[in-house]
Design a protein around this ligand. Structure first.
Ligand SMILES: Cc1cc2nc3c(=O)[nH]c(=O)nc-3n(C[C@H](O)[C@H](O)[C@H](O)COP(=O)(O)O)c2cc1C
Length: 192
């Protein structure tokens, strides 16, 4: 069997982003577990705010098609989301919205969400660690009929969460991340 391919997508572009840091820590754990991991930046796939008139006039932007195909080339996906006003930031929501509009030949729309599992994590400087963004993102993905694994990580006080090697300090956070990684790998293998 070929190596299990995992895609890690942070939902922030910010320099020093806590979610990019968490995505990097997760990518390290996936690699340690033997997965072939790819971590991307949505900054490399800029998209306009979704507008039905724009889609009718110009079609779905190439970056949305490319992202959808990149997801389709992986067996499992981890989304790492900031929390904005108790929900998912526009960057991530807009990206998902565009991807749901992509329909490649011989596929039904949204097939890319149904054929592989998704895992969710969030990081915030606050005490709740982005828990409400995780709930919102889970709801969005369930509307896409995605399989979202039960394990997730809400990283609280994210500004103090890492040591000088960029590894998580708190044993509870480390165990939650490892459990998420193990479960996404297991479910991805079952869905291959
Ligand atoms: C518009 C906006 C709304 C925010 N709302 C929340 C919130 O509801 N809960 C929370 O924990 N943090 C909130 N924050 C703080 C973010 O968690 C913080 O900016 C975080 O660093 C963003 O993630 P990043 O570091 O990956 O860019 C908000 C930040 C912004 C800019």
């Amino acid at each position: 069997m070929s190596a299990l391919k995992i895609l890690v997508i942070p939902g922030s572009l910010r320099t020093g982003s806590h979610n990019v840091r968490l995505a990097a820590a997760a990518a390290y754990e996936f690699a340690q577990a033997g997965a072939d991991v790819t971590r991307i930046s949505l900054g490399d796939f800029p998209l306009p705010i979704y507008d039905g008139d724009l889609q009718a006039k110009s079609g779905v932007p190439k970056n949305a098609v490319n992202l959808k195909r990149m997801i389709g080339a992986h067996h499992g996906v981890l989304l790492v989301t900031p929390e904005y006003n108790s929900s998912v930031p526009p960057l991530l929501k807009n990206t998902i919205d565009w991807i749901t509009r992509v329909q490649d030949a011989h596929e039904t729309r949204g097939q890319v969400f149904r054929q592989r599992p998704f895992a969710l994590a969030a990081a915030s400087q606050g005490r709740l660690g982005g828990t409400r963004a995780l709930s919102a993102l889970r709801l969005i993905l369930s509307a896409c009929h995605a399989t979202v694994i039960p394990n997730q990580l809400a990283l609280s006080f994210a500004d103090q969460a890492y040591d000088e090697m960029e590894r998580l300090r708190n044993p509870t956070d480390i165990e939650a991340l490892k459990a998420l990684v193990r479960q996404l790998i297991d479910v991805s293998q079952h869905m291959m």
